[in-house]
Design a protein around this ligand. Structure first.
Ligand code: PLP
Length: 359
């Protein structure tokens, strides 16, 4: 709050008000670097995970295109990854291999190993899936990529604040996307970590901000909020397993016992806050509307594609029957979620499903 009105300077201005803003920006970068255990210069502040991911994929692909044009990703990545890959195939002559997932949404290190070609330059695999919560074995994939000299990017926005974090080196990654709003921080702020001495091509041109890597006046308030959220919530995960696991286990148990409802995603290696399921003979729009009428905020696919009538690409990748593919519901619990709220969901869910079926 003090930075919203109190510090109005532009970090690029040379006068004292600007210098005050610059000092805060530098301080935020130093604090983020200390937390991640890297040099401040390898953190590029962005507007969030979409931008970080675009920067990683376009930046790495264009930097390395003379070495090769083959990229590997998975069928269940966020559209921030998939649409970049599609663009590179359509417009810039790249080839992309999409790794499949098992029934729980897990990508195997073996499938990555098999997909690597002599001209593979980049692998992008998410650390945890946003729609079904499955955790991916990215340290193994990162180690394999490092051994083969291939750049490895991970969209890790769902992972931070939920799993134990020591330092950025634990992932064996070259590029990592992080964002603030998945950490109870402000929307519209995030970062790309770029392992030194890599220099991906920029995707936004203009001024010399962010060490010439991302032009445009910095969102100082967002950046400070982002770093504050990282400091408070990453090392001591804000999504506390001790508190949330009993709640999500309870919710999963209740859903399992509902006729026609099927849990999706991993049973064990999953994000502690995410519970997803599909319902026979129903669709997400009717289910979400019914839940909303009961005061319950839920989502279907990713928040960005909620409201779309197309089945989620993640659900399609899991091989779920077509008749249920349009009925995904995702509950995401947070730091404030309580047992009473979970009990409320449990008590109204049968009624909501029944109504949604009648429509
Ligand atoms: N990647 C994943 C896995 C996400 O869950 C999201 C957001 O929901 C994004 C990328 C996009 O993030 P942002 O909205 O910060 O651009």
């Amino acid at each position: 709050m003090p930075y919203l009105g109190g510090v109005f300077g532009n970090p690029s201005s040379v006068h004292h008000v600007g210098r005050q803003a610059r000092a805060l920006l530098d301080d935020a970068r130093d604090r983020a670097a200390k937390l991640l255990n890297c040099k401040p210069s390898v953190i590029i502040f962005t507007s969030g995970a979409t931008e970080s991911t675009n920067m990683a994929i376009f930046g790495a692909a264009r930097l390395l295109k003379t070495k090769g044009r083959h990229i590997i990703t998975s069928t269940i990545e966020h559209h921030a990854v998939l649409h970049c890959c599609e663009y590179l195939v359509k417009k810039e002559g790249f080839e992309v291999t999409y790794l499949p997932v098992d029934q729980e949404g897990r990508i195997s290190v073996e499938s990555l190993q098999k997909a690597i070609q002599p001209d593979t330059i980049l692998v992008s695999i998410m650390a945890a899936n946003n729609e079904i919560g499955t955790l991916e074995p990215i340290d193994g994939m990162g180690a394999l990529c490092r051994e083969r000299g291939i750049l490895f990017h991970s969209d890790a926005v769902q992972w931070f604040g939920k799993e134990p974090f020591e330092n950025i080196q634990q992932f064996n990654v070259d590029l990592v996307s992080i964002c603030a709003h998945k950490l109870h921080g402000p929307k519209g702020a995030g970062a790309l970590y770029v392992r030194s001495p890599l220099l991906p091509d920029p995707i936004i041109f203009g001024g010399g901000h962010e060490n010439e890597r991302r032009a445009g006046t910095e969102n100082l308030v967002g950046i400070i909020g982002f770093v504050e959220a990282m400091e408070r919530f990453i090392k001591k995960p804000v999504f506390d397993k001790g508190k949330l696991l009993p709640l999500t286990n309870r919710l999963m148990h209740a859903i399992e016992n509902l006729q026609g409802a099927h849990l999706v995603g991993a049973r064990n290696d999953r994000l502690v806050n995410t519970v997803s399921f599909v319902v026979e003979g129903s669709d997400s729009i009717a289910l979400l509307a019914g839940l909303d009428m009961e005061g319950i905020c839920a989502s279907s696919g990713s928040a960005c594609s909620a409201g779309s009538l197309e089945p989620s690409h993640v659900i399609s990748a899991l091989g779920i029957q077509k008749s249920m593919a349009n009925s995904l519901v995702r509950f995401s619990l947070g730091r404030e979620s309580t047992l009473e709220e979970v009990e409320h969901v449990e008590s109204v869910l049968p009624k909501v499903i029944q109504r949604a079926r009648r429509k």
